[in-house]
Design a protein around this ligand. Structure first.
Ligand code: GNR
Ligand code: NI
Length: 157
């Protein structure tokens, strides 16, 4: 178990396009484990590799629906509906803002065994998938926030 340090807004790596993963190695498997450890330690519901300084298309998500999603090279195939609500990011500490996202997304990705699968997310899971996929292409929610970025207190973070 290893906690990696989380890069914050202003760090150039958060603006970069990430590279597709070609094959699973011990190194990449360790990276995925560390991403979960780092996400849980920080109290997040998702984490993208660039947030710990790694320019690879890897995302982990745990929105407490009983699953630990690993999305490697994710591609959003379908988007449907819309939802508007608050969003935060571990790379924008202490802030929150309102963002409109699709209500439902269908994504294809590789799992940690490099097996392709499809995942349909609705509601908060759809929001998390979109937020994490944006990270892989160098985007932060602050670019699409509606209205002000608000301060959140430490207890809420
Ligand atoms: O922990 C997180 N919470 C969150 C809340 C609303 C929408 C998206 C997120 S993802 C965020 C963790 C993070 O920064 N992932 O990249
Ligand atoms: Ni984020």
């Amino acid at each position: 178990m290893a906690i990696r340090s989380i890069r914050t807004i202003g760090d150039e790596v958060l603006k970069m396009e990430c590279k597709p993963v070609k094959d699973m190695t011990e190194h990449t498997a360790q990276l995925i484990d560390d991403m979960f450890d780092t996400m849980y330690e920080a109290g997040g519901v998702g984490l993208a590799a660039p947030q710990i300084g790694i320019r690879k298309q890897i995302v982990v998500i745990d929105v407490e629906d009983g699953n630990q999603y690993v999305l490697i090279n994710p591609v959003i195939l379908e988007m449907e509906g819309s939802q508007t609500g608050p969003e935060g990011c571990l790379s924008v500490p202490g802030k929150s803002g309102v963002v409109t996202r699709p209500e439902r997304v269908k994504v294809k990705a590789l799992d940690r065994d490099m097996k392709e699968y499809e995942l349909v997310g609705e509601g908060f899971l759809a929001r998390a998938i979109c937020h994490e996929c944006d990270h892989l292409h160098g985007h932060l929610y602050v670019e699409i926030v509606e209205g002000p970025l608000e301060d959140v207190t430490a207890e809420e973070e």
